[in-house]
Design a binder for this molecule. Sequence first.
Ligand SMILES: Nc1ncnc2c1ncn2[C@@H]1O[C@H](COP(=O)(O)OP(=O)(O)O)[C@@H](O)[C@H]1O
Ligand SMILES: [Mg+2]
Length: 255
Amino acid sequence: MSKAVVNVKNVRKTFGKKNENQFQALDGVSFDIQAGEFVGIMGPSGAGKTTLLNVISTLDKPTGGTIEIAGTDITTMKQGQLADFRSEQLGFIFQDFNLLENLTIYENIALPLSLQGVSSKKIKPSVLKVAEKLGIQAILDKYPVTVSGGQKQRAAAARALVHEPAIILADEPTGALDSKNAKDLMKAMVHLNTNHDVSIMLVTHDPLSASYCERILFIQDGSLYKEIRRAGSRNEFHQEILHVLAEFASPHEME
Ligand SMILES: Nc1ncnc2c1ncn2[C@@H]1O[C@H](COP(=O)(O)OP(=O)(O)O)[C@@H](O)[C@H]1O
Ligand SMILES: [Mg+2]
């Protein structure tokens, strides 16, 4: 049996009805994410990154192909099953944190477990454990408005992790952060990935954030364009990423 936590096979997504203006946002995409891997998704605007994230996160259905997460084919599941699957197996981190302002940081982190009906007695050790992993024990009683952007985003990461999902899906998580906080968040994610074996799929425009990944999949026009794996230092990987992105900008590569 393969150890893939995500297996995407020949996934297509067409927007628009038949006989109308159809748009093929994903055109036969295939890849695996192994358990414990930290994979970045990059590509120009309109390439299909968000569409790909949405079909993997069960928020949208692909038009064709299969997607297995932790061994389960999510493309054949019914709506009700999908909601359960999502809340148990997936963790989400968004650009704008999505913390609830009238809940404390503790209550925000506890939310995925509260929503699953886990008792507050069982919730507490899980929240404390994950808060320690992310170094935010000191702010648990505070409200989001009173903490920094970087702390908010680490709280959001803790919330994504508290129910021990099969994979964390992050859509531009550093997009609203300054460079110092962006680096801190990426370091925290690397720490979770290397020390706690958390599998992460990160969609990002930012080459610096992407340089913290182990492997990057570049997509263009709904297809996989290239895949690179980090071999040397993070700096070297950053340069390599910049080179691939420059290929997108060069017209003769776009044919
Ligand atoms: N709901 C939709 N209806 C029609 N076209 C869409 C829809 N969502 C996305 N698209 C199109 O699919 C393509 C890929 O979009 P998206 O996945 O958002 O790209 P990215 O996130 O890489 O910028 C774009 O051309 C976009 O206009
Ligand atoms: Mg997008």
